[in-house]
Design a protein. Structure first.
Length: 364
């Protein structure tokens, strides 16, 4: 999608730092410069080596035991089929297999760490070349969007922030939620841009249709707050807004704005809260692709300008002859999140009621 924008609204980006070869020594030096701890003392080095050895031995024992159990079960299964497989060879196979497995895991973790460090180094140079601010990570960022303030720990990584009248912040965001005994890890990418003025809370979620991709919001909203839209775009987006702000939502969400959201090359959902606009995506917005950065920054700036211009035009409309305002006062507050579905809770409730009734009948 080509976002309509006036010439010069976003200066050309210097994306060479994202794609040109880098010096590995420079990457390691950058990573060392980010380390908050100073040089470790000999005692800490020895302690770290001892702890690492103990943990490595425990990991080796656990992996070897698991592999030995699997091999023993396979050997017993083959023996039941009439194949003579001595169990004495199981330990001799389990230990080397465990060593190889742990080596592969260490190599994979090391490679992932190197790639992550190289991306952070490239992004820092990209930000410096374009006059942006860069922060490797921000713990528990204070943002007004629905994505933030839920779960813990909450971390924004590889935060790139532009400067100017409408600064744009782009980052990867992760948090954890406790669901019973399980812990779910959520990873989202967001772009945040400051608006000229505060607007009522509204959310745009693109629907899945034939041949197109949908983009959900980080948290489901109460369907009673949906705003019905006419036309073809009404079937491709789901808009939620506060009571009393329907006219304002229709005014700022023009067909051009909704079309730009629907036709985005990266599926995104949009939230407007206070004086901020957020783009949310499950696909990376912080990448080493200069074209993606060009699109993200242009789209965020363009949407901000479109919403601000539509809101200003709406406020300038003359009022009716009786002197009442032309538009209702902007609704305040936040959209409600969707509560637990009764269709999900109904089977457990029925089971509990059945158990209670059976117990009472048995006692009677």
């Amino acid at each position: 999608m080509t976002v309509p924008t006036s010439p010069g609204s976003v200066p050309p980006l210097d994306g060479r730092a994202l794609v040109e070869p880098v010096d590995r020594a420079a990457v390691r030096a950058y990573q060392r410069s980010r380390t908050v701890h100073g040089p470790r003392s000999p005692g800490r080095v020895v302690l770290g080596a001892v702890v690492g050895t103990i943990l490595g031995a425990l990991a080796l024992a656990v992996v070897a035991a698991a592999i030995a159990v699997v091999l023993a079960l396979v050997a017993l299964g083959l023996h039941a089929l009439g194949v003579d497989t001595p169990l004495a060879v199981v330990p001799w196979l389990a230990v080397p297999a465990a060593v190889v497995t742990l080596c592969l895991v260490v190599v994979a973790v090391r490679r992932g760490s190197v790639q992550a460090g190289e991306q952070t180094y490239r992004l820092s140079r990209f930000a410096a070349a374009n006059g942006f601010d860069f922060e490797p990570s921000i713990e528990a960022p204070d943002r007004p969007g629905m994505l933030f303030g839920v779960g813990r720990p909450r971390t924004a990584r590889d935060v790139v922030r532009t400067r100017g009248a409408r600064p744009v912040e782009v980052a990867a965001y992760s948090y954890q939620e406790q669901r019973g005994k399980a812990v779910e890890i959520h990873v989202w990418w967001y772009a945040m841009v400051t608006l000229d003025r505060a607007l009522p809370h509204l959310v745009v979620e693109t629907r899945r249709t034939d041949g197109s991709r949908g983009a959900p919001t980080p948290h489901a909203l109460d369907r009673s707050q949906e705003l019905e839209l006419d036309g073809e775009l009404g079937g491709r987006v789901r808009v939620s807004c506060l009571d009393g702000a329907q006219d304002e939502a229709r005014a700022v969400l023009s067909p051009d704005v909704l079309g730009g959201i629907v036709e985005a090359p990266v599926p995104v959902s949009v939230e407007v809260v206070d004086d901020r606009l957020f783009l949310y995506s499950r696909q990376p917005l912080v990448t080493l692709d200069p074209a993606t950065w060009e699109w993200v920054l242009r789209t965020a700036g363009w949407l901000s300008a479109q919403l601000g211009g539509a809101h200003a035009a709406l406020r300038r409309q003359p009022g009716p002859p009786d002197g009442r305002p032309a538009t209702p006062v902007a609704a305040s507050g936040r959209l409600r999140r969707r509560g637990p579905s009764w269709t999900v809770l109904l089977p457990p409730l029925v089971a509990v009621v059945a158990l209670v009734v059976a117990a009472l009948l048995d006692r009677a």
